[in-house]
Design a protein around this ligand. Sequence first.
Ligand code: BGC
Length: 729
Amino acid sequence: MLLVLGAPVNITKAQSRKDKLIDSLLKVMTIDEKIGQMTLFTSDWDVTGPTMRSNYKEDIRSGKTGAIFNAFTVKYNRELQKIAVEETRLHIPLIFGYDVIHGHRTIFPIPLGESASWDLDAIEKSARIAATEAAAEGINWTFAPMVDIGRDPRWGRVAEGAGEDTYLGSKIAAARVKGFQGNDLRNYNTIVACAKHFAAYGAAEAGRDYSTVDISENTLREVYLPPFKACADAGVGTFMTSFNEINGVPSSGNPFLLKTILKDEWGFKGFVVTDYTSINEMIPHGFAKDEKEAGEEALNAGVDMDMQGAIYYNHLKTSLSEGKVSMDEVNDAVKRILGIKYDLGLFEDPYRYLDAEREKNEIMRKENLDAAQDVARKSMVLLKNKNEALPLRKESSIALIGPLAHDQQDMIGPWSAAGDWKKAISLYDGIRMKLGSDAKIVYEKGCNINDDSTQYMARAIAAAGKADVVIMALGESAQMSGEAASRADIGLPGMQQQLFNEIIKVGKPVVVVLMNGRPLAIPELDRNANAILETWFSGTMAGAAIADVLYGDYNPSGKLTITFPRSVGQIPIYYNEKNTGRPFDANNKYTSKYLDLPNTPLYPFGYGLSYTTYKYSNFNLDKPYFNFNDSIHVSATVTNTGKRDGEEVVQLYIHDVTGSLTRPVKELKGFRKIFLKAGESKTVTFTLHASDLTFYNSKMKLQAEPGQFEVFIGSDSAEGLKGTFELAK
Ligand code: BGC
């Protein structure tokens, strides 16, 4: 019996068809078959965590696993799907998951980089292309977007998210879900998304991956949860639990998170998968005494699918027979999982994502590469540009120095799916492609990324001496950020700082091109370089995109979405901090400050320069106060005062001056990316409602409180034009 259904006619009919099919399956499924649907195993193709078992083909055949990850290509996934639909009793199709994070074959900038574009359309498009390529290779489920707020740059996984801000992070989260899932999951080029890691994984103590999280419910709800809520509202099909505990309860055993908030408050109808073996990890957490108990905690908390842990697989049947978990919980989980398989159209045609022709045509198309180059350019942030050192003149002779200057492997960054680094464009090749045969460019590595060898330094110094301009490509290797890649020192690794210091002594203009997955503490670069361009890991088209920016074919418009500290000692550091009772005062010792460093960051949230300049003027509020049913309009005029056309991200921040609970010194509440021709002015108007001014009070009620607010419009979080208004009772 192969379950084949015709196309749904309308929503209600489709819903009843879906319910009918799933209910009829639930009636005939054995306990083992149900547990099989709740079990996800990795194939042996790719390793994204500790491997545990590899007999997955047999498990598919016996109905003991209904989901596989780390498997792709039409040939391979067709082979596995065939086993599921032709050799199992109920012919239920598999769902194939994979970490399609920033591109599948065509690799886009790392998500932190993409977020610096503040361009929601470009971000959505990047996810759309990633989904199209992944779907063409048999994947129907991505473990993305990662929407963890990252306030600690020691944590390597800030590379995978959208930075430190909740408002911007929520907008980007929704854009990514829309990009992956499109309008209809049944389309052959859409895949179901997964909001991860639920929750507060980024609040790990000391920035150490997998570390403890201890957090107030207010901060959890206000700072860490809204991007997840934005995913749920955008219709995300799945959620992934996080590895960490929160206030003593690991996320995979946390009914408050998974049931109270996600499934009840937010009404989430999709399914919850664990992170890799995180049910098992409740034992070392000290939360469950053995695997069986861990499985019971997980199911009772609301975990529907066990990733790779084989806990449900090995123990759930016993737990059911002992009455430790109920059949209702199991049925609910299976229903949710089958529901997503149905939504993907897999019951209708289990092979719909397995078309060899499409696989040939969709991968790394020219338009995919063009889009990757476009987003890469938009993601770059110009951090310094003294005396207009950039853009470069094409006639200048260049010494291209640094361990990342002719590197392909690191350009695709961490979590680069099925990306092939050999197809990535190095900076050296990007510049040569731009300048053609006239290029006057010498490349010297200078040092390795992260060791103490000095053997290449002398040649690099000599090359610098002979060139008009030095470009230094410095930073981290791709593997120094992402999972299990926390760093206690976030300066330049290895001998790179020494190399930079030596090159500076040569006396030529030095342009630093940074490549990294997190903010770096680089005060000496800021002091001595002529220009600094942050390029993150910008993907397959990295070198071409960087060359576009260096030579002025693209005017940089990116703005930081995460604060760059001066030193690791300032961490955690983020723009929306609290004021304290003794805010900084240089003339008063007994105020909140360091003896050895300013409080301010090296580069604040929202910061980024351009090859042109912008002036903000005519700040206006249309009224001095408004009430709960009304709104207020805040506007400013932005003028491009330089000689080049450019794009500016205009940012709106508020400060709730007094509350029943203290509020941050600034909170982003709006932004607009505008294009301005040289000399052109535009007035940007934002509308604020009472709902934009809300926070969770001590009774955990989301509400705005009447009183005074400051409002700022500016080009970053540190400065801006300011006004005040009142929210009246
Ligand atoms: C990571 C997840 C990822 C999963 C599957 C885990 O180690 O934390 O983000 O989706 O592996 O590869």
